[in-house]
Write a protein that binds this ligand. Structure first.
Ligand code: GAL
Ligand code: CA
Length: 354
């Protein structure tokens, strides 16, 4: 073997290596991309109904994208179990394993800077979702994105549900005193959606000249069982005096319905509304229990995350490649659901991703 031959072989081997490992644009002679994309997803807790459905959508969309593009996409979803230190370790592991993109649903949205710092040092783009970090942290690096919704819009639409319901049935003001006596089930106190949904649902109703009288409010941390427990204690205190139950999400609203059923107060009882449009909530609307909800479109959010993730993994700029991306934020819009369109929403939710 001549030295020249050896040199050429080494060069060829190097080229091949580069072809296989180059993070994005490696192509074979048919023009097909060769690389595998590794996406790490760190959830704040995996037993959260909405977050779980978003992750399920993500898994389905990944399969579809693999078929479409012929690329291998490894999606690894991990559970932070509501502990920021767990989540930091999980992000460290994704970084150590050279993931191409990391999606983070932060446990504590006020400490996102720590995650951005680490990711930036490793040059791995980050997509935060569902729990919104402060803007300053997002702006730390141009490879940081946020995918979520506009919390104010969800609050306004929830308020609108009550306005429309009262128009259709003035008997919702059961004691006829011209005011709606209500209780408010709130999500986690530190979550942007809790504070904003609470504020704007009530503001929207009062702006329509409907008087509201708050009987009670408290957090039930997004959870059905805690929502039921709160509602039980409010039923003990106010009984039939509760005319409206406003809930920051569907799970807690369904918890309130559980408690009303136990007390045999659902029929002819208060009107209950939620936010998310989960499968269980849509079913409850169809059963005539939950009055309505506001769809927090998990599939569209998952789609945006995947699209942004793939573009970033290819070393390209989402702002140039994707129409939905304007700056570092993607906000998916909400829509209301009542018994008029619950079946349609449910069919859509159950339909395969297209
Ligand atoms: C909200 C959603 C809640 C809960 C929470 C978790 O947007 O409405 O049900 O999933 O996010 O961060
Ligand atoms: Ca009243």
């Amino acid at each position: 073997m001549t030295r020249l031959f050896l040199k050429r072989m080494t060069a060829l081997a190097l080229c091949l290596l580069l072809l296989v490992f180059a993070s994005s644009c490696a192509e074979d002679e048919t023009g097909q991309q060769l690389e595998t994309i590794k996406i790490g997803v760190a959830t704040y807790r995996s037993d959260d109904t909405f977050v779980a459905s978003l992750c399920e959508d993500l898994e389905n969309l990944v399969k579809e994208k693999e078929n479409e593009t012929g690329k291998k996409i490894i999606l690894n979803v991990v559970d932070g179990k509501n502990s920021q230190s767990n989540q930091n370790d999980q992000v460290d592991t994704f970084i150590a394993q050279s993931y191409n993109v990391i999606c983070v649903n932060p446990v504590d949205r006020t400490v996102a800077a720590v995650i951005v710092d680490k990711a930036k040092r490793a040059n791995i783009p980050v997509i935060f979702f569902n729990r919104e970090p402060v803007e300053e942290d997002i702006r730390m690096w141009d490879k940081v994105y946020y995918v979520g919704t506009d919390a104010k819009e969800s609050g306004i639409l929830e308020g609108q549900l009550i306005i429309d319901a009262l128009k259709a049935d003035p008997g919702i003001d059961r004691n006829g005193d011209g005011k709606l006596q209500y209780v408010m089930l709130e999500g986690e106190q530190a979550h942007q959606d809790s504070l904003i949904r609470t504020e704007y649902s009530v503001k929207t109703i009062t702006a329509a000249n409907i008087q509201m009288e708050k009987l009670a409010n408290d957090t039930a941390s997004w959870q059905r069982s805690l929502g039921a427990a709160k509602m039980r204690s409010w039923i003990d205190l106010y009984g039939g005096g509760i005319e409206v139950v406003l809930s920051n999400n569907d799970d807690m609203a369904l918890g309130a319905i559980d408690a009303l059923k136990e007390a045999d107060m659902l029929e002819g009882g208060p009107i209950v509304v939620g936010i998310d449009g989960t499968k269980a909530a849509l079913q409850s609307i169809l059963d005539g229990e939950l009055y309505g909800s506001v769809v927090n479109d998990a599939r569209k959010q998952a789609q945006a995350m995947l699209d942004i993730g793939c573009v970033l993994a290819a070393g390209e700029n989402p702002q140039e490649r994707l129409r939905v991306v304007n700056g570092q934020y993607v906000r998916v819009s909400h829509r209301v659901v009542t018994k008029e369109n619950a079946q349609e929403e449910l069919d859509e939710l159950l339909s395969p991703t297209e």
